[in-house]
Design a protein around this ligand. Structure first.
Ligand code: NAD
Length: 525
């Protein structure tokens, strides 16, 4: 949870900005220990929401609207529980949302930035205070893990809003991301049409309601659950499309980019496209590494949230000299991981994967490992979707570092290890750099400073978020702004100052106070 306490910007009417003071402070991370008040509050919220189905309408122009196309968000670890009932907006309704957003445009942008920011501060206060337990419970029941929520990524400087609207398209796996994708452009004066993920509906709606409660005018962000492809087609038809703020998979982002380029002649302005996508994140281990950090970091990074973090470690490279000990420790720790229902048992490390599609995809990777002569499942490998979509934390060893399992995103609790001859570590660094088209996160575990320097150079473009002797997940807003390069995204670094500026259209202004008395230059006399 991020709490930016005070961000002060003064804006002289018209255009000029003076950046007077910025203080960024992260919320303390609560530990939910036995007997703590946060644990008690969370338990009460979980109890209250047990078996509940939240009704989530589309919210267009401040009005709740229901269509006939009813959908349900299911609880991943007990798919008989309908967490949210919602409906898909049709094409007309999506267009209505665009028009409603555009009607709020000028008034919202003319509001001084400090007034707009106050709304987001208030929402952040609600989320870190009275509404925290409710939102965490919605996330835990609907998407599994309790995730931090960050509405305002960092300090900001306002220039101008875009002429048009920004479409925010969010993924299932972090409640925080939805709030950020819609909230950051809105903070900077834009109007937003937000399409939340079907499988994060209850938590996304709760964030939206909190924003309204904090004082967000009703038309600034339209809440538009809808079928993904229909939403993509409809927003890219509008001449007013000024930006897309996307987080999700590479194919979806590429599809949206292609739609925009195909329809480029329609638009009044070049739409600004920001996309954070998938990864094939690595842990590289050198012979000088600290084994405890490698083992504990890998267990956390690969398996926390069932490997459904875009930054989760999915491929690992270990020198043959260290492998016997690392393997022994990894297998011992893997056995201690409890997979189950995170609501009734707080000892659960992770729960089910998000839905049946995800389950089927991960199952295919396990079948691939079972049938390939190059691959050996050394622990885990079982799955069961009777009650929820459960997959065991699985560790696979590969003889081939170019096997597809070392190149493609899995997005589940699977990590594959390639054991290399320890003297060949430089070759391995080049292999890591070249064997996938992604560039999201990666870690180097080494105590040898020369190796760290060498690895940092070779892996410069392999990871937008690069870790040294730390796991590849868990970036903290304002400390490690997050984003990947190559096909992992446009690397706009949510959680950092560059990101917020992406949602403005700066204007340079020159005002002269001395009258111009002649047009000729002195050299001409
Ligand atoms: P997804 O691409 O399936 O869906 C993302 C969003 O796009 C959803 O709201 C979906 O409904 C919508 N969508 C789907 N098709 C669309 C279309 N044609 N037009 C418009 N919208 C469309 O991704 P997901 O499964 O929700 O999320 C998992 C993916 O997100 C993984 O690849 C993960 O790595 C990535 N991710 C990346 C980051 C990051 O910061 N780099 C963070 C979280 C998740």
């Amino acid at each position: 949870m991020l709490g930016i306490r005070r961000l002060l910007l003064t804006c002289r009417p018209g255009f000029r900005l003076q950046h007077t003071a910025i203080a960024v402070k992260n919320e303390p991370i609560l530990e939910f220990k036995q007997g703590s008040s946060e644990r008690q509050a969370l338990k009460e919220a979980l109890n209250e929401q047990k078996g509940q189905t939240l009704e989530v309408p589309c919210v267009i122009g401040g009005e709740s609207v229901w269509t006939n196309e009813i959908q349900y968000q299911l609880c991943p670890f007990n798919h008989s529980h309908k967490v949210a009932k919602f409906c898909y907006a049709d094409k007309d309704l999506i267009n209505k949302a665009i028009n409603a957003a555009l009607s709020a445009h000028r008034e919202w942008d003319l509001k001084p930035v400090e007034d707009r920011a106050q709304i987001f501060f208030k929402a952040a206060d609600l989320i870190s205070g009275s509404r925290r337990a409710e939102l965490l419970a919605r996330t835990m029941i609907g998407q599994e893990a309790g995730q931090s929520v960050n509405l305002i990524p960092t300090d900001s400087i306002l220039f101008y809003f875009f002429q048009g609207f920004v479409a925010a398209v969010s993924p299932f796996n972090f409640t925080a991301i939805g709030g950020n994708l819609a909230g950051a452009p809105a903070l900077m004066g834009n109007v937003v049409v937000w399409k939340p993920s079907d499988t994060a509906m209850a938590a996304s709606y709760t964030v939206y309601k909190i924003l309204l409660e904090a004082g967000l005018p009703p038309n600034v962000i339209q809440f538009v659950p809808s079928d993904g492809p229909l939403f993509g087609e409809t927003i890219t038809e509008s001449e007013h499309l000024a930006g897309i703020n996307f987080t999700g998979s590479v194919p979806t982002f590429k599809h949206l980019w292609k739609l925009v380029s195909k329809k480029l002649d329609k638009y009044r302005t070049f739409p600004r496209l920001s996309g954070e996508c998938g990864g094939k994140n690595f842990h590289f281990v050198h012979k000088s590494a600290d084994i405890g950090s490698v083992v504990n970091g890998t267990i956390r990074s690969a398996f926390e949230y069932g490997g459904q973090k875009c930054s989760a470690c999915s491929r690992m490279y270990v020198p043959d000299s260290l492998w016997p000990e690392i393997k022994k420790n990894l297998l011992e720790e893997q056995k201690k991981i409890k997979v189950g229902n995170p609501v009734d048992d707080f000892e659960t490390f992770f729960s089910a994967v998000i839905d049946n599609k995800s389950f089927a995809r991960i199952k295919k990777w396990i079948e691939h490992a079972q049938s390939s002569p190059n691959l050996t499942i050394i622990s885990g490998g079982k799955y069961d979707d009777n009650i929820g979509y459960f997959v065991e934390p699985s560790i696979i060893e590969t003889k081939d570092p170019q096997d597809p399992i070392m190149k493609e995103e899995i997005f589940g609790p699977i990590v594959t290890v390639y054991v290399y001859p320890e003297t060949k570590y430089q070759e391995i660094l080049h292999l890591i750099d070249t064997s996938t088209p992604y560039g999201l996160t990666g870690s180097v575990f080494a105590q040898d400073e020369n190796v760290i320097a060498e690895a940092s150079k070779i892996l410069r473009y392999s990871a937008g978020n690069f870790y040294i002797n730390d796991k590849s997940t868990g970036s903290v807003v304002a400390q490690q702004p997050f984003g990947g390069a190559r096909i992992s995204g446009t690397n706009d670094k949510a959680g950092g100052p560059h990101y917020i500026l992406r949602w403005t259209s700066p204007q340079s202004v020159k005002e002269t106070h001395v009258p111009l008395t002649k047009w000729r230059y002195p050299y001409m006399d």
